[in-house]
Design a protein around this ligand. Structure first.
Ligand SMILES: [Fe+2]
Ligand SMILES: [Fe+2]
Length: 452
């Protein structure tokens, strides 16, 4: 069953596999390419996340990135069992080149069309090819994995379909990627390599990619921050969170706004993957998990707030953290996230959880318990990976010194880039602490009214 791929491989210029393990080496080489495609998808599809606005689309991309990280991990595990997979984890330049082109359209929707209209379908085709050519009993462990990945890719295509819109830019991006892939013989390098069309202009030839200075939250209104001390200005009133006199129902709505705005973490963490091309795969794997966790935390608020009577169209989205952090080096971004924001959030969140338990709201207790557990893992990730990330950038300072310097740099960057986004909504229409107070206590009065 391995034989059918061999003529194709030879036609593509690959040397015929020799020796007793030739059949194994041939399949391992294909697994290796699939691993590289999946891990490079993780590194680059993350750049879509802060460029698209719809929360559901951001959440879905985070989920797909996390699933791709899982595919890559299992491909690596299986590949390491097989002779010919190779010891390293590097992505070959031709694979990287296709993804470098894929991220280049300035419009997130056009880039999305390239990823999901060309690159992911080609990956699905490559997985199907693998199943068609491998020996199903001899290579049973790979087959079971690939069968699962085929089902995942088919589901990803269904899930993303409602978010794909036709556009001239998207079609042009897809054409460029199709041509690049065809020039490489497809993801597996087995198809005849076609010459690039004459006159093809690659966007990636124009210069390096840069993250945009702001993130997309359309169609939602925006502001600098959802936290303040003023109940007439922002939905989260810092002193109210810890004031024993605050009604627990008010704290519940505030914490759901807080959770929903972990969208900030989604958007700025998404920038770190691309900026760390030399990272070990396990670092990106754990970042992908971190990203998916933050997107689930944001979904907690996005799902629960309307159930508590909040119109999401009145909740302004905060942009400060993205604006500030994207101006800082990636390892400082990651240090601020894990060692400052996350490590520092536990005492207030513990108090909030205790107050919310007064409400006998099992769902809220559950969501907050999982959030807390996830956040403990994120701080562990930080302790594990920050030194590795520092090394990638040649920083040899003790971690504590580096974190303190990053905190100072954050303050300086905040002075320059923070507080620049005015409230998109006037106080009369945006969600504020005062409105939450009326909504939470008023809603309870209605609920307590006797029937009839
Ligand atoms: Fe979180
Ligand atoms: Fe977190």
């Amino acid at each position: 069953m391995v034989a059918p791929s061999a003529p194709a491989a030879r036609a593509a210029g690959a040397p015929p596999a020799l020796g007793r393990l030739a059949a194994v080496q041939e399949m391992a080489a294909l697994l290796r390419r699939l691993f590289e495609v999946e891990r490079e998808f993780v590194r680059t599809a993350t750049t879509l996340i802060y460029r698209v606005g719809a929360p559901e689309l951001k959440y879905l991309l985070c989920q797909h990135v996390w699933e791709s990280a899982g595919h890559a991990r299992w491909l690596r595990e299986r590949g390491r069992e097989l002779q010919g997979f190779g010891a390293g984890e590097a992505v070959r330049p031709e694979v990287r080149g296709v993804f470098e082109e894929a991220i280049r359209p300035a419009d997130g929707a056009a880039a999305l069309a390239g990823f999901y209209g060309v690159l992911k379908p080609a990956l699905l085709a490559a997985y199907r090819h693998y199943l068609a050519v491998t020996e199903p009993l001899a290579d049973w462990p790979s087959r079971k994995l690939v069968e699962e990945f085929v089902a995942d890719e088919e589901r990803h295509a269904r899930e993303i379909a409602p978010f794909l819109a036709e556009s001239a830019d998207g079609a042009a991006a897809a054409d460029r990627l199709s041509a690049l892939l065809a020039a490489e013989g497809g993801w597996l390098g087995l198809a005849p390599r076609l010459p690039l069309p004459p006159g093809l202009v690659l966007l990636s030839a124009a210069g390096p990619y840069a993250h945009p200075p702001t993130c997309n939250r359309a169609p939602y209104p925006t502001c600098s921050s959802v936290f303040s001390h003023d109940p007439a200005e922002t939905p989260i009133v810092r002193p109210w969170l810890v004031d024993p006199a605050t009604d627990a129902r008010v704290i519940r709505i505030m914490v759901y706004v807080w959770l929903m705005m972990e969208m900030d973490a989604v958007d700025y963490l998404a920038t770190v993957f691309y900026d760390t091309p030399g990272a070990p795969f396990d670092l990106h794997h754990d970042l992908a998990r971190h990203l998916w966790d933050e997107s689930r935390h944001s979904q907690f608020g996005y799902r629960q707030l309307p159930r508590l009577g909040v119109d999401l169209g009145t909740v302004e989205h905060s942009l400060d953290l993205y604006h500030i952090l994207v101006q800082m080096p990636p390892h400082e971004r990651y240090a601020m996230m894990t060692m400052e924001f996350e490590a520092g959030s536990f005492p207030v969140k513990a108090h909030v959880m205790d107050r919310i338990r007064e409400l006998n709201d099992f769902e809220a207790d559950t969501l907050l318990a999982f959030d807390r557990n996830d956040e403990q893992n994120h701080v562990r990730f930080g302790h594990r990976w920050l030194p590795v990330m520092m090394a990638l950038f040649g920083d040899t300072r003790p971690v504590d010194d580096f974190v303190r310097a990053a905190q100072e740099n954050f303050k300086a960057a905040a002075a320059l880039h923070g507080g620049r986004v005015p409230h998109a909504l006037p106080p009369a229409t945006r969600l504020t602490g005062e409105k939450i107070l009326r909504l939470a206590t008023g809603a309870a009065a209605v609920a307590a009214r006797p029937p009839g």
